[in-house]
Design a binder for this molecule. Structure first.
Ligand SMILES: [Zn+2]
Length: 107
């Protein structure tokens, strides 16, 4: 069974070997409960959790800096195409910021 977190893919990140938008649907997920190794379900590429953590930290910083609708749309598209599964929890955070930004403009 693919460890897709019960099909949610909330932490799935695109595989650097086969997961780019135009290359294929490879995603890295923790390969076991300890999550020390992340594995691609498609090409079986593996990497340590520190590499994934460093990438996610950079993404979180970029999300924190995105303040306006246009910036958020651009970042959302880039992250979905190149770095994260479309259901990744950080994309929900970004979409929430987008909704909040739109709401502020209207009120
Ligand atoms: Zn892969």
């Amino acid at each position: 069974m693919v460890p897709s977190e019960l099909g949610t893919n909330l932490n799935a990140v695109r595989c650097p070997e086969c997961g780019k938008a135009n290359d294929g649907p490879g995603y890295l997920l923790p390969s076991d409960g300890a999550a020390s190794t992340w594995r691609c379900h498609s090409c079986h590429f593996t990497c340590g959790k520190s590499l994934v953590a460093a990438m996610l930290e950079k993404i979180e910083q970029r999300i924190a800096r995105a303040k306006h609708k246009e910036d958020i749309f651009t970042l959302l598209s880039e992250l979905e195409d190149n770095h994260l599964h479309r259901d990744h929890i950080l994309l929900f955070t970004l979409k929430e910021k987008l909704v909040f930004d739109c709401y502020q403009v209207k009120s």
